[in-house]
Design a protein around this ligand. Structure first.
Ligand code: PMP
Length: 404
């Protein structure tokens, strides 16, 4: 693996001062920064090959279609999906989850049926299911967690039954960092005939994903959290389920033939890709995935685990600071609260020193309620972060707490 200083050289944004101090970017769970190859790819796409995909016979259209489909093939490989028919482009995790809730929910969920999610879900994996349950008069059930921020598996086993049609859980919590035992959850769901949806937004940058080994029915992620552009994401779905599902949106690209009497739909995956897609960002997503594959997810995870352990240990030494999320199996996210100091004030004062963290409820309001807090300060680490940055962050934090 390249050393971290060399990797940092690939990220132009990191080399700047914010408020007169060198930038420390610890908001990677919200979005990661982009390597030069991704930025260059966007430039190359728009300066050399921009054209609409799939319908042109001219050279640029062929080039852009090829590049667009090359990314799809790499995503297939990245997730170990069986075929490209199972890889659908979306705007991101949110759209992927809405697509499943709306389209699969339409055919699979009826009055009195049940959908199971967990206490630590992002709003993107709560609200689409609430909308579905409201529409279908179905029941939404929630797996509780313990004080460390781990799912209570035995409670899940009590909730699930033949009435459960869908189990949708987050692979890695954006607020707590908890890595959930999704394979075990998927196995249990399948024993009851339920299908599974995995929100992989936070897992994809750190965890090796093999959808066939997991046996996940659907898996969603966002390009921008995996060093790629915003506005592009993926829904993986098993072919046999996608084939049964009605289209999510209607329009160009997703049709075979349209008459005013009847429309026939395009083959997979295009059936779910109505309208001109986000071609440029899809093309650059390939460079982002190549970046991850080149370093290796295991190397990324190992480096980030070191940062996580280092930061956790240092933060634990600060009096009146409480870490929220102490699961045994965690990704590189540390959320915390400090007695008597508002998270927002900490975030603002860190920013005044060039340190970017996230504060607030992290789109997990029910999880905040579970811990009886309004928000946390969250530091989340990526491959380009260093222990020196953590030292500066912790020392600034200590100073801020003293001042406050
Ligand atoms: N799920 C989780 C766990 C997330 O962290 C996020 C992004 N914060 C989302 C879903 C939504 O992703 P996006 O905004 O890219 O659609």
């Amino acid at each position: 693996m390249k050393n971290i200083q060399d990797i940092r050289q690939d990220f132009p944004i990191l080399h700047q001062e914010i408020q007169g101090k060198p930038l420390i970017y610890f908001d990677n769970a919200a979005t990661s920064q982009k390597p030069r190859s991704v930025i260059d790819s966007l430039n190359t796409y728009y300066t050399g090959m921009n054209a609409n995909v799939h319908r042109g016979i001219h050279t640029l259209a062929e080039r852009s279609t090829q590049a667009f489909e090359d990314t799809r093939e790499l995503v297939r490989h990245f997730l170990n999906a069986q075929s490209i028919e199972e890889v659908i482009y979306t705007k991101g995790t949110t759209e992927s989850l809405n697509l499943v809730a709306s389209s699969y929910g339409q055919i699979a969920v009826n009055e009195g049926d049940e959908v199971i999610i967990s206490t630590m879900e992002h709003h993107s994996n709560i609200v689409p299911w609430q909308l579905l349950c409201e529409r279908k008069k179905a029941i939404l059930k929630v797996i509780p967690i313990n004080d460390k921020g781990e799912l209570l598996f035995e409670e899940f086993e009590k909730l699930i039954s033949e009435r459960t049609k869908i189990v949708s859980v987050v692979h890695v919590s954006n607020t707590l960092g908890t890595i959930n035992p999704v394979k075990k959850i998927i196995d249990t769901a399948h024993q009851f005939g339920a299908i599974t949806v995995i929100d992989g937004a936070q897992a994809t940058p750190h965890v090796e994903i093999d959808v066939q080994d997991l046996n996940a029915d659907f898996y969603a992620f966002s390009g921008h959290k995996v060093y790629g552009p915003t506005g592009i994401g993926i829904l993986y779905g098993k072919k046999k389920l996608l084939e049964q599902m009605p289209p999510y949106m209607g329009g160009g690209e997703m049709i075979k033939e349209v008459t005013f009497e009847k429309t026939t739909y395009n083959d997979l995956p295009y059936k779910f890709e109505a309208g001109t897609p986000n071609i440029g960002d899809a093309v650059a997503l390939k460079n982002a995935i190549e970046f991850v594959l080149e370093i290796g997810r295991e190397n990324i995870a190992n480096h980030e685990q070191e940062l996580l352990e280092y930061a956790t240990q240092k933060l634990q030494e600060i009096p009146n600071l409480r870490i929220i999320g102490e699961a045994n199996h965690k990704a590189s996210v540390v959320s915390f609260v400090v007695d008597g100091v508002h998270s927002m004030d900490i975030g603002m004062m860190l920013d005044a020193n060039g340190i970017a963290v996230r504060t607030g409820n992290h789109c997990t309001m029910p999880l905040m309620a579970r811990f009886g807090i309004e928000g946390t300060v969250r530091a989340s680490f990526a491959i380009y972060n260093t222990t020196e940055e953590i030292d500066r962050f912790v020392s600034e934090l200590q100073r801020i707490i003293q001042v406050m």
